[in-house]
Design a protein around this ligand. Structure first.
Ligand SMILES: NC(=O)c1ccc[n+]([C@@H]2O[C@H](COP(=O)([O-])OP(=O)(O)OC[C@H]3O[C@@H](n4cnc5c(N)ncnc54)[C@H](O)[C@@H]3O)[C@@H](O)[C@H]2O)c1
Length: 372
């Protein structure tokens, strides 16, 4: 059987999570991780030893030039996504990119065109839609089970940047791009909403706030060396990205939406929650219970998705947490090898979300509704 030969660029937090998912998929026999690229050589060597990866490179261009690869995962910080995705596509490889696809829509549009021109498959790592129960909910919404969809609302709240001495490259636009909270985690929620409703955001009004305008970057904590290759002395950093975003949304077929995103909400760990209101029923999903959808109907007790349709019980009785990350990567590989129907977001959808982020930035500047 033809095996997909895989490379990964960037072995930070998500790069390692993707590597572990790829290693788990290797056991199915149709993909193999052949090389990684990360600029820290000691880390590259130790990851290769621990996970039995045959080769490492400290320059991703050398990996693209020398390694025999079919597909590359790009797990680097936001501002380098464009350049690295472009180089991967130009080298003739399929690509799974981290989100946001790029930090501006001219760049993301170029990547969509390049992939089409080269007949290459693309995916963006919007993982949450890959929980099986979320996939099932989308089918039920599309089949009209919830009636006409009136509204979708929810939040994505975190607290890991809640203190003044919490620093990460994301707080600086030169590494993250002009939007932080919305582009970083709000983009996941927008993907979920568009995926579930089968409608794109067509207009919005946004209110961004930066509650902690200056942060302390310490030499012992996480710093921008992950991207800049240098570690600065302990210093004060002016924050030019938002901690918080509130949005009102309008969707293509008339549904309305409301979203609050924050990285400074004390006690919130990684709480994506989303609620869909239809004329016949409503649905609630949250990352805290990722294999469960609660369903409400007027005059009736709350049900779980288990009570709807025929195949749902299997999802809800699974004793192991389902790995959405592994499901996404597996679906991407299988769509290339066996023509499996894509459930993942491709670069076209990633590009659309970059445009939503840009519209939110414009709305914040103009304090007005903006068409996407
Ligand atoms: N899909 C998700 O659920 C999810 C979760 C976390 C992060 N992310 C995304 O993943 C990306 C990385 O985030 P992270 O938290 O893993 O960051 P990180 O800082 O932990 O890791 C970034 C890695 O990229 C490498 N790198 C930086 N610049 C590079 C360059 N020019 N060439 C090659 N390698 C380079 C760094 O050395 C490091 O290994 C971001 O775009 C983030 O938005 C997505």
């Amino acid at each position: 059987m033809k095996k997909l030969r895989i490379g990964i660029i960037g072995i930070g937090r998500i790069g390692l999570a993707q590597l572990e998912a790829v290693k788990a998929i290797e056991r199915a026999g149709y993909a193999e991780l052949v090389a990684i690229s990360t600029r820290d050589e000691a880390k590259a060597r130790s990851v290769c030893t621990q996970f039995h990866v045959p080769a490492y490179f400290t320059d991703y261009r050398a990996m693209l030039a020398e390694a025999d690869l079919d597909l590359v995962h790009n797990c680097t910080p936001n501002v380098v996504h464009y350049e690295i995705n472009r180089d991967i596509l130009a080298s003739g490889r399929h690509v799974l990119s981290e989100k946001p696809l790029t930090v501006d829509s001219t760049q993301s549009g170029e990547l969509v065109a390049l992939a089409q021109e080269r007949h290459l498959k693309t995916a963006v790592n919007f993982v949450y839609r890959h929980y099986p129960v979320v996939q099932q909910l989308r089918k039920l919404i599309a089949a009209g089970w919830f009636g006409e969809i009136y509204a979708v609302h929810g939040s994505y709240l975190q607290d890991w940047l809640a203190l003044e001495d919490d620093y990460d490259w994301r707080v600086e636009s030169r590494y993250c791009g002009p939007s932080r909270a919305f582009a970083d985690i709000g983009s996941h929620w927008i993907d979920m909403a568009q995926f579930l409703l089968g409608q794109n955001v067509s207009g919005l009004i946004a209110d961004f706030a930066t509650f902690i305008p200056t942060r302390v970057k310490s030499t012992s904590g996480p710093d921008s060396s992950a991207i800049s290759g240098s570690s600065a002395a302990s210093s004060s950093v002016e924050v030019d990205t938002e901690d918080y975003a509130g949005l009102l949304l309008e969707f293509e077929r008339g549904a309305r939406g409301g979203l609050v995103v924050s990285q400074v909400s004390a006690g919130q760990k990684s709480g994506l929650s989303i609620e869909v209101d239809g004329s016949k029923a409503s649905a609630r999903w949250s990352r805290g219970q990722p294999n469960l959808v609660l369903i409400g109907r007027r005059g009736e007790p709350e049900q779980t998705l288990q009570g709807v349709g025929t195949n749902d019980a299997a999802y809800l009785s699974a004793s192991q947490p389902v790995s959405a990350q592994k499901a996404l990567i597996d679906n991407f590989y299988r769509s290339i090898l066996f023509g499996e129907t894509p459930a993942y977001a491709d670069f076209e959808q990633g590009h659309r979300i970059v445009r939503v982020v840009e519209a939110a930035l414009e709305s914040q500047r103009r304090r007005a509704w903006v068409t996407v």
